[in-house]
Design a protein around this ligand. Sequence first.
Ligand SMILES: Cc1ncc(COP(=O)(O)O)c(C=O)c1O
Length: 391
Amino acid sequence: MFSHRTSWNRTTNRLSLAVTDRRQRGLDVVDLGESNPTRVGLSPAWRELGPLLDCPQAQFYAPEPFGLGSARQAVADYLGGRVPAEQVLLSASTSEAYAWILQILCNPGDVVLVPAPSYPLLEYLAALAAVELRTYPALWVGGEWHIDLASLTGAIDTRTRAVVVVSPNNPTGSVASPSEIEALQAICAERGLALAIDEVFAEWTGAQYGDPPATPATLAGLQGCLTLVMSGLSKVLLLPQLKLAWTAVSGPPALVDEALHRLEIVADTSLSLATPVQWALPQLLGRRTAWQAPLRRRLRENRAILDNLCSDTVVTALPAQGGWSAVLRVPATEADDERALRLLQQRGILLQPGYFFDFPGDGWLVLGLLQPPERFEPAVAALLGDAHTSL
Ligand SMILES: Cc1ncc(COP(=O)(O)O)c(C=O)c1O
């Protein structure tokens, strides 16, 4: 009765089972993989947010496929005018934007290139669109991540429709360099591919996570090929619960035109945006500096704790250019998933094994930087203690 493409393996993995088991036994779990700002006291306070959502215009419904004009203009302004509002479309989430992009670009069986390591977001979206994902590697060379452009080019064939770039990447925090972006545009233009850029972490860069510039660093508005740049409120304003994201479309005018016409029909079939958040958007974006400040402080503090505790140990916290995570290089003396399970069962610390993000081989652990320092520091200390005793 059901489709092949939704016949997923739903077996709960050992790590999740062990988390449930610990919690049922009343034991603490410090979730260092936590990425939900609403669970760690980092989302804007409701007393500030609530009044902004209480707007009388929201009692009327305007079924606009790409969202209200005022909200699209607010995003265009936020992006520093690098694309006109007519080339900005709103969706409920970045994940939904990805789905729409796959739908307009790919026939069943077509291929999209995605980075590895990276966040495993597209697997299910691609399966639903009957699209095949093929990875291209990022390589850790000379203390930095570099996109392996030769492998990427080698992976392109007649079924390839798009290249996805995640910058800053999750979880490596690596930012695509200007020369990489230039090269990617040239490759896409030459091979007739679209470039889909996920910049949800664009606000969270810089070794020190300092105050954001007036205009965020964005790749919106590239002209070399059809480019679709996605981001949204879940990471920019720490408001995943509001469900609003955007895509800025740019490139050769005929391709932009065609993409927008197709996207408009896709968006019109679901009209997934709620109205209050759209009316509130200009004011919400206006609060960005203040609302980001608590997380900037926390990222600075936790990153310093991590670097300090890891110095002179067998564990290396790889330097990152951005994002909310840290990648640990640990001696590959056991499989990463075994180590993650053991750390949970013996120390009550939950972090993600590298294979979850498609890291090559063992010796990679990923932890998030969102937990309050008073929970983060003892957990990292216990993790490093474990690394010493288990070697
Ligand atoms: C790199 C990346 N892109 C997109 C998303 C999804 O964002 P959204 O909440 O807008 O769907 C995530 C979520 O963590 C992510 O890490």
